[in-house]
Design a protein around this ligand. Structure first.
Ligand code: GLN
Length: 716
């Protein structure tokens, strides 16, 4: 063994000893970081002798699938090196390798890898297979847009050409990567409809080759399903591993996994104890990975039966007094929606939602508006929703606008929430990444010591915010038009619609919301407020094509003083053009502004001063585009933080042009800035000839969320 690797290993051992013995912490990434300092190729060196070697990546399910796959390999007689605790950056993988000791030859390797780190790990490790689970919007402030994540994974595969790609073919975003690289591809998927209710928001459903909207024969959830491009014929690849006969029994899902790699199809019958379809994907991915690595997986069912999900995920804690708490991790809308389905299946009565915005969670919390929280309306007796975490105020506003009819309580911890949960009841606790471990630790302590606080009477104040307002006389309801929510929806734009419509309804102003989907006729003749949301470059390109034919309609509406809120990508489209490198997205030429993509993104919390409302407007920006206004255009406001706004240079943010508000701020914009919502509503009413003094609403939760964002953006 080379001297450098030996030194790296010694240094890592010392670091591990120091952190665990002296600092009493779990070693985590530190030994790996130290080893990488001494030998930057330690991952390549120490994994060279492992066989087989597998890497698992994707947005959701990495830890579960990696654990299961490692167990499956062990079930087939391998001694497996694995980063089971979920430290999935290069340093976490290096740590697992150095701490595994000297006996790597003869062992197998199975590693979870963060999507963006695949490009560092794959070229060095050169695994036999990369298992690619799915790609959903997640931590967009770290990943940029999903297109970028796809580029990174494709590059990783190009630099490790002998690695087979075992990928979720139901996900067009994964299949698009397979389409771009020469690595051998082994597609897996569910080869029949599952008749689940589709999510309200899904990630890009555009063709990887020609960008036309995909047609779906069926959708399982998110963008996963059987798709085909009506323009160029690109479609879900033929499956090498196919789940069929998927049935939900009272004990969980059962299915057959067909191994179709050779003419003689081999069937594996699988029974799971999990009722979420996402677990069918995780289980299928683990089995496919195991088979792709040349194993016969004869003991897979046994391994699955014995499998314990990592660190409290999906675990039910008994508190010893009849109360139970189900703990679940959900860190993005798709994952959260799976948990919502679970709460609905159990007709849950008590909820505790924990939202953090630490580095590992992502600083942008707009994704909570993409969760289908409104589907909890079908619970028969929801009694309480507790919200906790560093951004609990944002979660409180989200829950308020879902109008679930139960009181909302801000709590410090899951123990705090238990004060309101009666004997014999079950609390569903759902927490995002860094919020989850403390919840589990507390539950472990409370269930061991039996010291959970006794139940008090829960608060009874309903969360509804209706004011005693006389209804406003209008000849027809205010018409709010949401343009292309199926394409431009990246930053919780549904929250903007909720803010507009609820704040009308709570004041007795009749309103209705119409969605205009891609391909539908655009009629704005009786529109009062129009919303054009934000999107990734690829989605924007598709919308731009769609809108070119509708330019006159939108231009006439704006010229007539129509109220229009355009966010991020939608804002850019109103101008002359958006240059993405050499590619030009032709704008609508409605406003005099121009956008050019920079090589970096402007990302972070922002606050601006604007004539539109008294309080500073707060939000989150995440854009590559740098926008410059023409001489005749006014900005929406002046950035209070330097380096933010339209272009990071001139201090301007957004545009204000008659009834048009264009801005890079999402979060989404309106729920935390009710002054902007009310400006839009007032303006729309005035245009209808019905100017009314808007009745004040109880905005305490909105103000609290605003103040948290303001503090983060400005530091005070
Ligand atoms: N894709 C555009 C950009 O990167 C718009 C992003 C957005 O909608 N925030 O600039």
């Amino acid at each position: 063994m080379k001297l450098r690797v030996t030194l790296a290993r010694l240094a890592a051992d010392a670091a591990h000893w120091g952190t665990t013995r002296l600092l009493h912490r779990g070693g985590g990434n530190i030994p790996g970081t130290v080893a990488l300092r001494v030998d930057p190729n330690v991952v390549g060196e120490l994994s060279a002798a492992l066989s087989p070697k597998l890497v698992v990546t994707g947005t959701n399910g990495k830890t579960t699938t990696t654990g299961l796959l490692a167990d499956a390999l062990a079930g087939d007689g391998h001694d497996v090196v694995c980063n089971r605790a979920g430290n999935n950056m290069e340093s976490g993988i290096a740590a697992a390798l150095v701490l595994a000791g000297e006996k790597n030859p003869g062992r197998a390797g199975c590693f979870e890898c963060d999507e963006l780190y695949t490009v560092r790990v794959l070229p060095k490790m050169r695994p036999d297979a990369l298992v690619l689970l799915n790609l959903f919007r997640d931590q967009l402030d770290r990943y940029g847009e999903i297109d970028h994540t796809q580029d990174v994974i494709a590059e990783a595969l190009r630099r490790s050409p002998a690695t087979a790609l075992v990928f979720n073919a139901d996900d067009p975003l994964c299949a698009a990567i397979a389409d771009r690289v020469d690595n051998i591809g082994l597609p897996f998927g569910i080869d029949e409809p599952t008749d689940l209710e589709a999510d309200r928001i899904s990630d890009s459903r555009f063709c990887a080759r020609c960008n036309a909207p995909l047609d779906y024969e069926y959708v399982h959830y998110g963008q996963l399903g059987a798709y085909r491009c009506p323009e160029c014929g690109w479609e879900r690849p033929g499956l090498a591993f196919a789940a069929v006969n998927v049935t939900l029994t009272c004990g969980g899902f059962e299915f057959d996994l067909e191994d179709r790699r050779s003419a003689k199809v081999v069937r594996h019958h699988i029974r799971t104890r999990y009722s979420g379809l996402y677990m069918v994907y995780n289980v299928m991915a683990a089995l496919a990975g195991c088979l792709a690595a040349g194993n016969d997986a004869a003991r897979f069912q046994e391994v699955l039966d014995a499998y314990e999900p990592a660190s409290g995920r999906g675990k039910v804690f008994s508190l010893g007094d009849g109360r139970e708490v189900a703990s679940n991790l959900a860190k993005n809308p798709t994952g959260f929606n799976r948990m919502i389905q679970q709460v609905r299946a159990e007709d849950g009565r008590y909820l505790a939602l924990f939202l953090n915005d630490n580095d590992a969670d992502g600083h942008d919390v707009s994704w909570i508006w993409d969760i289908d929280l409104e589907r909890l309306h079908d619970l028969s007796d929801l009694r309480l929703v507790c919200v906790g975490g560093t951004r609990r105020e944002d979660m409180a506003v989200r829950v308020k606008y879902a109008e679930l009819g139960a009181p909302i309580v801000l709590v410090e911890s899951v123990e705090d929430a238990l004060r309101f949960v009666g004997a014999g009841e079950k609390l569903h606790a759902i927490a995002n990444y860094t919020a989850f471990p403390p919840v589990v630790a507390e539950l472990e302590r409370l269930s061991k010591t039996g010291s959970a606080p006794a139940a008090q009477t829960p608060p009874t104040t309903p969360s509804a915010a209706v004011v005693d307002a006389a209804s406003v006389a209008l000849d027809r309801p205010l018409r709010i038009v949401h343009l292309y929510p199926d394409a431009l929806n990246l930053y919780g734009d549904g929250g903007n619609i909720a803010s507009l419509s609820k704040r009308c309804t709570w004041r007795g102003i009749p309103c209705r919301v119409d969605q205009v989907l891609m391909g539908q006729e655009l009629d704005l003749s009786d529109a009062d407020v129009v919303l054009l949301g934000g999107g990734a470059d690829r989605d924007q390109l598709a919308v731009c094509r769609e809108l070119q034919g509708q330019r006159e309609t939108l231009a006439a509406y704006v010229a007539d003083g129509g109220v229009l809120l355009a966010i991020c990508g939608g804002y850019q489209l109103l101008g002359h053009s958006y240059m993405m490198g050499a590619e030009q997205v032709e704008g609508l030429h409605i406003l005099d502004l121009e956008t050019v993509a920079g090589s970096t993104r402007l990302i972070g919390n922002v606050a601006i001063e604007s004539p539109v409302c008294d309080a500073p407007i707060v939000g989150f920006e995440n854009h590559a585009g740098r926008t410059v206004l023409g001489a005749g255009e006014c900005p929406l406001g002046r950035a209070l933080v330097s380096g933010t706004g339209n272009n990071g240079q001139d201090g301007n943010e957004g545009v204000l042009h008659d009834g048009v508000v264009g801005t890079y701020l999402h979060g989404p914009l309106l729920p935390k800035n009710p002054g902007v919502t009310d400006w839009l509503i007032s303006r729309a009413l005035a245009r209808r000839g019905a100017p009314v003094e808007l009745a004040p609403l109880d905005d305490a939760l909105e103000a609290a969320a605003h103040d948290v964002a303001m503090r983060i953006a400005t530091g005070h």
